[in-house]
Write a protein that binds this ligand. Structure first.
Ligand code: UDP
Length: 395
């Protein structure tokens, strides 16, 4: 399965070097990719006698990516630093592709791994295709009904699926989506989501302070999605403020995304209240402690939707559709959209009705068992002709 590159590399590794220790590119660009690839990178590092993992960042995100990696003691081996203020998606794509292509030519990886649905992941898939390198897609098979929603993520993940040699699906539902698209069943593996590996690793860390020092109920909120910019985020913030005002025993913590499009809308609505804290995005370890401390989460984040059920924390998902229906089916997440009244009504139900709360506060983890990275390590190395300890698949 491991194919030797057919192009002329700019720096020639010896044949023995290539054959003895295949290089594995773990490509990331944004915070969620950093978090979900970190456990995979750590897993490959345990097998450094047989492979050489390299963490490559395109630099789509900067500070929040580095802060997330800190939790795992990782830094990128290479950062392409492609991001410039006001870049269009086309510019991000072309800079990332050109940068990554140069690295592939230089290091000749035996395998490229991309994660999820970002422009970085799509570019990793494209360059692996152009360079005829084995491509593994982590978190494969999530789908919504429209290629345009979420934009551009749905398009990105579909592109990844077209040429992936190995599809690492987090759940059976995502595997079935790939089967419906006629992907070869022999290339699809239900591994669980590496995000669950990450959240369990972070939760084990003992030295994180518990935050905040508050005796009542904590509502944690994150909102950043492009489709919620503007009016939807105004309604989200207004509903959250109304909930805090309706329940004097609650504290709302909003971990603010750095994007000014988000801050400009929510800060004027949520600022100046003594039970609302607007905080800079905490590094991952602390954010996980915050999830655990929360009584209810309001979020439009994909990753948070997956993490909260691992601790039985109810999540109101402020989106109209989700590519992660498993939490909704399991009953720990509810799709509430972005209408102010609807968010308030559902939040009010959870905060005011102990029965409704109990029904949602189930610690089930439909997204994984914390061993996805081991499975991915086993499958990738096996594809490269290297036998390591096998872990039974999650399905
Ligand atoms: N996260 C974090 N600090 C924060 C907010 C989120 O570490 O202040 C983590 C969160 O636990 C999850 C990931 O970032 O693992 C989700 O990132 P984001 O919501 O930006 O992206 P999405 O998952 O929606 O693609």
């Amino acid at each position: 399965m491991w194919r030797l590159p057919f192009y002329v590399p700019s720096r020639c590794l010896s044949f023995a070097e290539i054959m003895s220790k295949p290089i594995i590119f773990c490509v990331i660009g944004t915070r969620p990719e950093a978090i979900k690839v970190a456990p995979v990178m750590l897993e490959f590092q345990k097998f450094a006698d047989v492979c050489r993992p390299m963490l490559i960042s395109t630099g789509q995100h900067k500070e929040i990516l580095y802060r997330s990696l800190e939790t795992f003691g990782l830094t990128p081996d290479v950062d392409l630093e492609i991001m410039q203020h006001g870049s269009t998606l086309a510019q991000v794509t072309s800079r990332a592709l050109e940068g990554l292509d140069g690295l592939v030519a230089k290091y000749q990886p035996a395998c490229i791994l991309g994660q999820g649905d970002t422009t970085t992941a799509m570019v990793a898939a494209m360059d692996a295709f152009y360079r005829n390198v084995l491509f593994g897609h982590i978190e494969a098979g999530l789908r919504t009904d429209s290629v345009r929603n979420p934009f551009p993520e749905e398009y990105n993940r579909r592109v990844c699926a077209v040429t992936a040699d190995l599809h690492f699906s987090p759940t059976e539902w995502s595997r079935d989506n790939l089967l419906r698209e006629n992907r070869d069943p022999k290339t699809i593996f239900v591994t669980g989501n590496t995000g669950i590996d990450a959240v369990l690793l972070a939760a084990q860390q003992k030295d994180q302070p518990w935050y905040p020092d508050f005796n009542g109920r904590v509502i944690l909120m994150t909102t950043h999605r492009r489709e919620n910019w503007g009016e939807p985020q105004r309604q989200i913030a207004t509903a959250a403020r109304r909930l805090v005002e309706a329940y004097p025993d609650t504290l709302l913590i909003t971990a603010m995304h750095p994007n000014p499009m988000v801050r400009d809308v929510i800060v004027p609505i949520l600022g100046g209240h003594d039970r609302i804290q607007l905080i800079e995005p905490p590094e991952y370890g602390l954010f996980v402690k915050l999830i655990q401390r929360s009584n209810m989460i309001l979020s439009d984040s994909g990753g948070v939707q997956e993490e909260a059920p691992a601790f039985g924390i109810p999540v109101l998902v402020m989106r109209d559709t989700t590519e992660r229906p498993e939490g909704v089916t399991a009953g720990t997440a509810k799709l509430v959209g972005t209408n102010e009244e609807k968010i308030f009504e559902e939040g009010n139900k959870l905060l005011g009705d102990p029965g409704a709360y109990k029904a949602m506060a189930n610690a089930v983890s439909p997204y994984g068992d914390g061993r996805a990275s081991e499975r991915i390590r086993y499958l990738v190395l096996k594809s490269l002709g290297i036998q390591t300890t096998e872990v039974p698949m999650w399905d």
